[in-house]
Every structure is written in structure tokens, then in C-alpha cells.
Design a protein around this ligand. Structure first.
Ligand code: SF4
Length: 154
């Protein structure tokens, strides 16, 4: 799967919201593939998540500010993983990777790319709820109060 760097962060908090139904449907398919362990290839510019928006030549995916998000995310993720991450790098998608990235995201270690993003408050909320509703590589937590959890999902 081709992902631009800052979408490695956006995937952490994806709960099924997005710009339009086609965008969300595509994103859901990609979320399923990532959860199944598909390898990520880091790319420059518009990626597989952007795809449904690219018929519009003015799509923000082509913009300079989004490229800035990518640069910040690339540097922060490379620092977090302690390895070189650049365009063309392949990253194995597994639960440990997502756990590590979610912990860093919650701690604010990798949030530079989020500066000024319109979805930031949503992503803050998802992180604050310990990614309970996130659709990619869900983290299973021990349920200490099963009755309460069942009520909340009803
Ligand atoms: S705040 Fe924006 S850039 Fe950051 S993870 Fe959320 S959607 Fe992605």
C-alpha cells in the first residue's frame, strides 16, 4: 500500500470519517488491508488514501502545506522508529508498530504534522479515548468492567 508520510499518523485515528463517501469507502478498504498486515511503501505526494480526491486538480493533496506535513511526519516517525525512513522505504504493518506509533501520538511526540489540520480536534479525541473506535489495527485492551463496556457499545 502506498502511503505518504503523514498518513501514517492519520491511519492511527481513522474512525470512518472523511471528506466524502467515496473517500471514506476507499479509506475503509485500506484500513482493512493495513490491519491484515499489508506492507506500507512510503511515497511522495498523493497516495492510495488521496486517490478518490485526485480528479480535482485543486485537491489539497497536491498542496505545499500537505507536503510540509509529510516532511514533519517523516522526520518524527524516523526518530521514533530509530531508523532511516525515506521515500521508497517499506514498513511492515503489524500491531507492535501501531502500538508504538499510537503511544507516541498520544504523548505528542509525532504531532508536528498535525499543526493547523482541520481534523485535529477529532484526532485529539480519538487518542484521548485510547483509540477505542479506531479502525486500523485495533489494540485489544483487557476489559476490567465487562458490563460497563457492553453498555457503552449498545
Ligand atoms: S490531525 Fe490531521 S494530520 Fe494529524 S493525524 Fe489527524 S488527520 Fe492526520
Amino acid at each position: 500500500m502506498r502511503l505518504r508520510p503523514h498518513h501514517l499518523l492519520c491511519m492511527l485515528t481513522f474512525v470512518g470519517e472523511g471528506y466524502n463517501p467515496a473517500f471514506v469507502a476507499n479509506y475503509r478498504r485500506l484500513a482493512g488491508r493495513l490491519s491484515a498486515g499489508e506492507t506500507i511503501e512510503i511515497v511522495s505526494g498523493p497516495d492510495d488514501i488521496c486517490a478518490p480526491l485526485l480528479a480535482d486538480e485543486a485537491a489539497h493533496c497536491f498542496g505545499v502545506s500537505v507536503a510540509g506535513r509529510d516532511a514533519a511526519a517523516l522526520a518524527d516517525i524516523a526518530g521514533l522508529l530509530g531508523r532511516e525512513v525515506e521515500i521508497g522505504t517499506a514498513i511492515a504493518s503489524d500491531p507492535a508498530l501501531f502500538e508504538k506509533m499510537r503511544q507516541a501520538f498520544s504523548a505528542g511526540v509525532t504531532r508536528r504534522a498535525c499543526t493547523g489540520c482541520e481534523w485535529s480536534s477529532l484526532c485529539d479525541r480519538i487518542a484521548g479515548e485510547d483509540y477505542a473506535d479506531a479502525l486500523v489495527m485495533k489494540i485489544s485492551r483487557p476489559e476490567t468492567e465487562p458490563e460497563t463496556s457492553a453498555r457503552l457499545r449498545a
